[in-house]
Design a protein around this ligand. Sequence first.
Ligand SMILES: Cc1cc2nc3c(=O)[nH]c(=O)nc-3n(C[C@H](O)[C@H](O)[C@H](O)COP(=O)(O)OP(=O)(O)OC[C@H]3O[C@@H](n4cnc5c(N)ncnc54)[C@H](O)[C@@H]3O)c2cc1C
Length: 451
Amino acid sequence: MRGPQTASTLSRRALLGLAAALPLVQPLRAQDIPSETDVAVIGAGMAGLAAARLLRERGLRVVVLEARQRLGGRAFTDAARLGFPVDLGALHLRSVELNPLVPLLRSQNAAAEMEDGDFWLFEPGRDAEPGDYDSLGADLDKLDDALADAKSARQDRPLAALVSLDSRWADAAKGLAGPLHVGLDFPQLSAFDTPRLSGTGRDLWLPGGLGSWVAGLGNGLPVFTGQPVHRIEWSDRGVKIAHAGGVLEARACIVAVAPGVINANGIGFSPEQPAARREALSRLQIGVIERVLLRFKPGSFDAVANTQVYGPSTLNGPPVARQAMLFRLNCQNRSVVQASFGGSYARELAKEGEAAMIAAARARLKLLMGNAADDGFEDAIASRWSTDPFSLGSHSVIRPGASGVRRALATPMGRVLFAGDYIAPADWLGQLPGAWLSGRDAAQTAIRMLG
Ligand SMILES: Cc1cc2nc3c(=O)[nH]c(=O)nc-3n(C[C@H](O)[C@H](O)[C@H](O)COP(=O)(O)OP(=O)(O)OC[C@H]3O[C@@H](n4cnc5c(N)ncnc54)[C@H](O)[C@@H]3O)c2cc1C
């Protein structure tokens, strides 16, 4: 299926993007991992890289241990399989005016483009009319208002109990707010803990891939890849970390791995984590959003870059929230269609494997776009965030009624600190800027701790 990508089919911009997506970081050799350091950072996603950069700037010795053979965690640009860079995880820097990563991006002169694609809605058998867009928009506003109100009134209840939607687009709105927002089915959403739907509406995407940019933040840092950490012995004096290549002793450590991985005992602790922390982890619901990227012959879809397409899940029925699937035509200005889906539906498909995910995405695209979905199809790839042992999901939201436990997740254990998008400031929970802020926060705490 995979055809050669000839130079003539690559635009100048695509070539520039490809250059930007080439690996920036030379892997260090496992035998060079020191046996002791000031601060060990576990995980080279955004949070771990942010922590390591700040610790380095402040003159501390730091070692980063990363399980995968690549950097960036849930921000991942695949530059190889479709012949040009495509993001399988994080895609946007949202709310440009407020996003704390945007000044960093600008200072590096990294290429970035404003998201300005259209939004197309389909009803079974017909294009949507202006009233349909209004109706879906009104339902989304209702959900967003309920999320905002619950936060200010500290109302820790299921979102479903606080809003009733009865328009014909109600399920489409629930699909956008649940599976496609935090990777959970709508009934599972906590009104208090689920981030709001709206931002400033001005988002950036990167032609070279957001994942490549995140990985590049590890440039020059002592990151050792292929080094899963199995066990951490901790106390008030220091830590001893067992990793694939041996044992590292550190005065402090920052665990910057996804909470689902800690929850599944991906890392064992001795002594065990305190009861309050274990309780808090057990109250986290791990959501998942998966992506399928379908490559087509150039010009297959007459749409501006990043045009979003949303519509029914079956030929005859209305949209089904659980099976919501959102498409982006000419995604990242390439001849690629990105399909996103989440929640229990995504988990089921991911278990069946990449071929099943691709088949489901193609079938649904055909429902909306007709034969155009078959004619120019060339190749496809899919993410596997839910089955990858180093992420085991994509997002996390506390169960309704238990949001008080979130604070326990950020509480240090002796000289072990935690960082990640799940313990970020509320406005940036579950996003790259949240992971960045949380990593820097943990680094500042480590600096104070070590005097
Ligand atoms: C499909 C999808 C779409 C998204 N869209 C956006 C978006 O548009 N904008 C946005 O801002 N955010 C988005 N996000 C969220 C964003 O990707 C995350 O918030 C962010 O990447 C989390 O960073 P982190 O450092 O906290 O965790 P991670 O990125 O998960 O990093 C943790 C690191 O720890 C490593 N690790 C795990 N276990 C071990 C171990 N035992 N030993 C050593 N290392 C280990 C992992 O390999 C990983 O590199 C999206 C995420 C997904 C999955």
